[in-house]
Design a protein around this ligand. Structure first.
Ligand code: NAP
Length: 324
């Protein structure tokens, strides 16, 4: 009887500890353990990491994090001058020399250029240890009034752009029997968000592709990781797609919104890379706790998220009405 009571107490204590860690942290439990007991990004010294979407936001700060670790970096995105700026900052704040940081402009939508881009990287560094497919754009608009062209544009960038570059990179990794495909998803890759259906749909598709790829690549010693951040301060909203094709949302996030900083997000991404974690959730509260609710108790999550979603929509409508 005493033993049963002791066991019950131990179970309650563990459960309380786990709930506390879920409610008062900015990343999932495995990532918390990796941060405390696992490898830091410093263990990645000398690795060749190709970051797509390195010209701003999370990609930019991941470049700084990895430059501090002494990684060899390839910085890609469309804006050459921004990539040069990021490279200069890597040289100032990181443990890298001019030759260790290679700027390679790349448009993820131009899939016919991807094979040549991979060749260029291999000529420069001989290998690609980690491909960080991070480029992306958000979307602001209602499902019904969003043009199908916008839905397509989102999938072309988020899904087909990423798949094309991963396919082009894999042969060299398979030949070496070593590599790491690291893909940027989002909380929206795990659960729905109002007024962002193409973004949410595309990130869900990316998750599905990566879950299959992870199983197919085990035999070649190639890891696949997917990172799912919640709101992080960056330029993402400003360059969001809207309901109409070829239009920018244009407004930036304000500093007082409940968001993670880009350096903290980059730090956790570095830990995920170093420990080769298959999936990582990174988010301020209460979004992180809601992700757990969605994963393990979907029915109550749907009730809570519908209410939160309706409130978010009402806030957006109020904001739009005030601007008129
Ligand atoms: N910020 C968040 O709250 C958040 C949360 C979850 C997930 N994410 C994901 O994180 C990733 C990075 O976003 P961010 O927040 O850092 O926003 P950001 O500051 O706007 O960065 C987006 C990056 O993607 C690049 N990019 C966009 N279109 C591209 C294209 N066609 N070809 C090549 N590069 C392209 C941009 O570079 P150029 O314009 O120079 O091409 C830029 O470097 C995205 O995939 C986003 O979905 C962000």
């Amino acid at each position: 009887m005493v033993c049963v009571s002791c066991l019950a107490l131990v179970v309650i204590a563990i459960f309380t500890f786990v709930c506390w860690r879920i409610l008062f942290s900015d990343c999932d439990l495995i990532l918390q353990l990796a941060e405390k007991f696992g490898k830091s990004s410093a263990s990645l010294t000398g690795k060749v990491v190709w970051i797509i979407g390195a010209s701003s936001g999370i990609g930019e700060f991941t470049a700084y994090e990895l430059a501090k670790a002494g990684c060899h970096l390839v910085l890609s995105a469309r804006r050459n001058e921004e990539l040069d700026r990021v490279k200069s900052q890597c040289l100032v704040s990181g443990k890298v020399k001019d030759d260790d940081v290679f700027v390679l402009p790349l448009n993820m939508l131009k899939t016919d250029t991807h094979a040549a881009a991979v060749e260029t990287v291999l000529q420069h560094f001989n290998k690609i240890d980690i491909l960080f497919s991070n480029a992306g754009r958000h979307h602001r608009g209602m499902f019904e009034s969003t043009s199908l062209d916008v839905d397509r544009e989102m999938f072309e960038l988020t899904v087909f752009g990423a798949m094309s570059l991963i396919k082009a990179t894999l042969p060299s990794m398979k030949e070496r029997k070593e590599g790491h495909i690291f893909v940027m998803s989002s909380v929206a890759g795990k659960q729905g968000a109002p007024a962002a259906s193409p973004y949410t749909g595309a990130k869900h598709a990316l998750q599905g592709y990566c879950d299959c790829l992870r199983m197919e690549l085990i035999q070649y010693n190639i890891d696949v990781s997917v990172v799912c951040p919640g709101p992080v301060h960056s330029n993402l909203i400003q360059y969001s797609l809207t309901e109409k094709s070829s239009e920018f949302y244009g407004k930036a996030w304000t500093k007082d919104e409940n968001m993670m900083t880009t350096p903290r997000c980059a730090e956790l991404i570095g830990i995920m890379m170093a420990n080769k974690l298959g999936e990582g959730w990174i988010s301020p509260q209460p979004i992180l706790a809601l992700m757990y609710l969605n994963q393990y108790l979907p029915w109550p999550f749907q009730r809570v998220s519908t209410k939160i979603g309706m409130k978010a929509l009402a806030k957006m409508r109020d904001g739009a009405a005030k601007e008129k």
